[in-house]
Design a protein around this ligand. Structure first.
Ligand code: SF4
Length: 348
């Protein structure tokens, strides 16, 4: 039985770990829970210690407030936050359907087999709980729609280096891509491509940078980078290039294609693959001619704090200018961040 109405299945993943295509194939709208930096984390803080990643606490706050509007929730294995949260959410977030999607840390043949078995387990859980059918054909269609969206995002993101597009505008389209039903998101991206294509050229008073590190989930941080004189024209963020850099193969078994796709995307710090992560960053810098890198980690985000030392030293040794900052989770101006950005700008 194919669903004829669009309910939401929300998900929490630390990077681009959750195969949204399975949710879409089952007739639901996938929704990436991002939290709200402007809302107090008090609701989640009843269950989580204050030294836990604040973005993840904000995500739980949103889930506590909104889970009644969602048909279910999937938590996908990413960092320690996602792993520990699943156990806490099981007890405290009311939802009729809560599923743990495990993902491999590596990307070898055993990892592909593991990922495929997790995809089958997710499809089975959704089919049983919601009494829907997810066929290979339906999954193939969802993969194609996902590719259409990613193709448009590549066009949109390519305009960053040519046109006067603010950092906020880029992030807001990325957020829409992961929170709206996909057909609606595609319309929004197309509208944004039209708008930005008619803008003036890249402003002469801005410096092109690559942004890496913890995921940026709120536009105020992008504004701060803009105000300091930097335009993000490349990145390897999950609400960024990691989401659209690669395409899903459309030939062969759609489950296998999906498994291989998720293991081939630009590596986050939460997976084994520092060399691949570095290779993506170096490739992006070489292609774009960018000489400056802004690397940041959110306070208490250990994966990116650890990775930053190795990644940034490697980039510096190749002649790139690299700023690393640890930032707060706040919509208010982050003054230490502003000072570091201003000093980086002065260094030219
Ligand atoms: S910001 Fe870091 S610690 Fe927080 S959810 Fe993302 S990867 Fe995990």
């Amino acid at each position: 039985m194919e669903k004829n109405h669009m309910e939401t299945i929300a998900y929490f993943d630390a990077s681009h770990d959750m195969p949204e295509e399975v949710i879409a194939a089952a007739g639901f709208a996938p929704y990436k829970i991002l939290g709200d930096v402007r809302a107090s984390n008090d609701p989640a803080d009843r269950y989580l210690p204050a030294f836990f990643c604040p973005a993840a606490r904000s995500i739980m706050t949103e889930a506590l407030a909104r889970s009644g509007q969602w048909a279910g929730i999937v938590v996908a294995q990413g960092c320690n936050a996602t792993n520990r949260h699943y156990d806490v959410w099981k007890r405290h977030v009311p939802t009729p359907f809560l599923h743990w999607f495990n993902t491999p840390l590596k990307d070898d043949d055993a990892a592909v087999r593991f990922m495929k078995s997790e995809l089958w387990r997710l499809m089975d859980a959704i089919q049983r709980h919601f009494d829907v059918l997810v066929t290979g054909e339906m999954l193939a269609r969802a993969n194609q729609e996902s590719n259409r969206l990613k193709e448009r995002l590549r066009v949109f993101a390519g305009l960053r280096a040519e046109k006067d597009m603010t950092n906020r505008e880029y992030l807001s389209v990325m957020i829409k891509s992961m929170t709206l039903p996909k057909a609606e998101a595609i319309r929004e991206i197309d509208a944004a491509i039209d708008t930005i294509s008619n803008r003036g050229p890249f402003p002469g008073d801005k410096v092109k940078v690559l942004l890496t590190g913890s995921d940026v989930t709120y536009p105020e941080l992008m504004d701060q980078i803009d105000e300091a004189g930097f335009r993000v024209v490349r990145d390897d963020l999950s609400l960024g290039e990691r989401y659209f850099a690669n395409r899903i193969s459309e030939s062969g078994d759609p489950v296998e294609c999906l498994a291989r796709y998720y293991l081939s995307i630009p590596k986050p710090a939460t997976k084994v693959g520092l060399r691949q992560r570095l290779a993506y960053l170096e490739g992006a810098l070489a292609q774009s001619g960018i000489k400056a890198v802004i690397s940041q980690n959110l306070k208490f985000c250990e994966p990116y704090a650890y990775d930053a030392v190795l990644v940034n030293n490697a980039l510096k040794s190749r002649g790139y200018r690299v700023l690393h900052v640890e930032r707060e989770y706040t919509a208010a101006p982050d003054n230490p961040l502003a000072t570091r950005l201003a000093a980086f700008a002065e260094m030219g």
